[in-house]
Ligand binder design. Structure first.
Ligand code: CTP
Length: 402
């Protein structure tokens, strides 16, 4: 990161809630201003016990807002969220987090949050035991599923005197994080990305199907990361239980045939397509309208091959389009993956081997090797699927002209 006016002309709406870490807001505002940002501040009533509004208004050179009734009209909450390039809530207490997760709106900060159309970034601050409470985890997952972005807490000395997780990220870290966020957000703006994720279910009868163990995590992580880079993302997703961040165009499908139809419709307007779904290779030739009874000792199902969606898109692919496939292998991994890359006319194939621990279905982690059509290969360590998504997208960006 170049470090010079990283946030020039960026409009930052800083929300401060009532944590001891609010004392760091003065440094945060000073650094935001130093990096060229225009800063407006909203404080919750309790945060004023930790830092004086006068300090923050002096440093931001803007009036600090706090009370709902300070504002003469409802429209003001809405306009603040519309004014901002980003709403940064730092520090974010458990209490404000809980209100955000549940749509409560009893002060100006939460009212603005609920009406904000800009991206929202949060920097939580709390004591370790609160940080580890299941409710906190659930609330964080919830706001993340709304598309809010979390700046991770750090480990260190806490207000209680204990040492542990829960410290708000340092103001310098938050600034670096925001600088990176804005530079990354422009990388794929205007680009349209199509992703498939999850399993498909092939109907046997009204109560049974053939499916697989895919959780959809890898595809959803990719969709989320592409969205962070500014792309317009369409996710064609089989049956999964994962939350999909707001702002991603979601097309729910069940069977391989439905996934194929959706992909063909979307592909024409796509710049980059990543096929990470575990599509059924075979479907039931003649699904029954009634439940199959267990009358016979032997039951035979006749299966017919599904259309390979990746291959179909490879056939349709135009010069400007990039196509990425996955290969899940148990043996002859490299050879099989390269064969798939060629046979399906993909530009990249991402290999995950079932022989690597922590890779493949249902895990939160994955270990990948990427092959491109110029016979180059890129190896990566086992990482969580969000980091794997970053590696895949960086490889695409660093080696092509998208
Ligand atoms: N794929 C697809 N449509 C299918 C089957 C697979 O789009 N009907 C895609 C997957 O999303 C993945 C790639 O093809 O990107 C490879 O999938 P994989 O299951 O590893 O291989 P298959 O081509 O199905 O071959 P095999 O099962 O014989 O290894």
């Amino acid at each position: 990161m170049q470090g010079f006016f990283m946030l020039k002309n960026k409009k930052i709406l800083l929300g401060v809630s009532g944590s001891i870490a609010a004392y760091k807001s003065a440094v945060l505002v000073r650094l935001l201003k130093k990096e060229g940002a225009d800063v407006k501040i909203i404080m919750t009533p309790s945060s004023k016990q930790f830092i004086a509004p006068l300090t923050l208004s002096t440093l931001s050179k803007n009036e600090v807002l706090s009370e709902l009734k300070d504002n003469d009209s409802w429209a003001n909450h809405v306009m603040l969220g519309r004014w901002a390039d980003v709403m940064l809530i730092a520090p974010l207490t458990c209490n404000t987090l809980s209100k955000m997760a549940n749509g409560q709106c009893d002060n100006l900060l939460t009212a603005v949050y609920l009406s904000a159309t800009c991206p929202v970034v949060i920097a939580p601050a709390m004591d370790e035991d609160m940080w580890h409470h299941p409710t906190t985890k659930l609330n964080l997952q919830k706001v993340e599923s709304f598309g809010n972005v979390i700046i991770p807490v750090s480990h260190g000395e806490l207000a209680s005197g204990l040492i542990g997780m829960g410290r708000m990220a340092e103001p310098e870290t938050i600034i670096q994080w925001l600088g990176n966020y804005f530079s990354v957000r422009n990388q794929l703006s205007g680009k349209r990305v199509l992703i498939t994720a999850g399993p498909t279910y092939e109907k046997i009868d009204p109560v049974r199907f053939i499916g697989n163990y895919s959780s959809g995590k890898m595809g959803i992580a990719l969709a989320t990361e592409f969205q962070k880079r500014g792309a317009e993302v369409t996710l064609v997703c089989g049956p999964v239980s994962q939350a999909i961040p707001a702002g991603i165009k979601l097309i729910n499908v069940v069977s391989a045939a439905e996934m194929l139809d959706a992909c063909i419709k979307e592909f024409e307007n796509t710049d980059i397509a990543v096929m990470s779904a575990a599509v059924a290779d075979y479907t039931v030739k003649d699904p029954k309208a009634e439940k199959i009874k267990k009358n016979d000792e032997l039951l035979q199902l006749e299966l017919s091959k599904t259309t390979d969606i990746l291959k179909k898109l490879g056939d349709l692919k135009k010069e400007h389009q990039l196509l990425v496939g996955f290969a899940l292998e148990t043996n002859n991994e490299q050879e099989n993956a390269i064969n798939k890359l060629k046979a399906k006319n993909a530009d990249f194939i991402v290999l995950n081997s079932m022989n690597d621990s922590g890779a493949g279905f249902s895990h939160d982690t994955n270990k990948i090797t990427i092959f491109d059509k110029n016979q180059k290969e890129y190896h990566f360590e086992t990482k969580n699927k969000n980091e794997v998504a970053v590696d895949i997208i960086n490889t695409i960006l660093n080696t092509t002209h998208v």
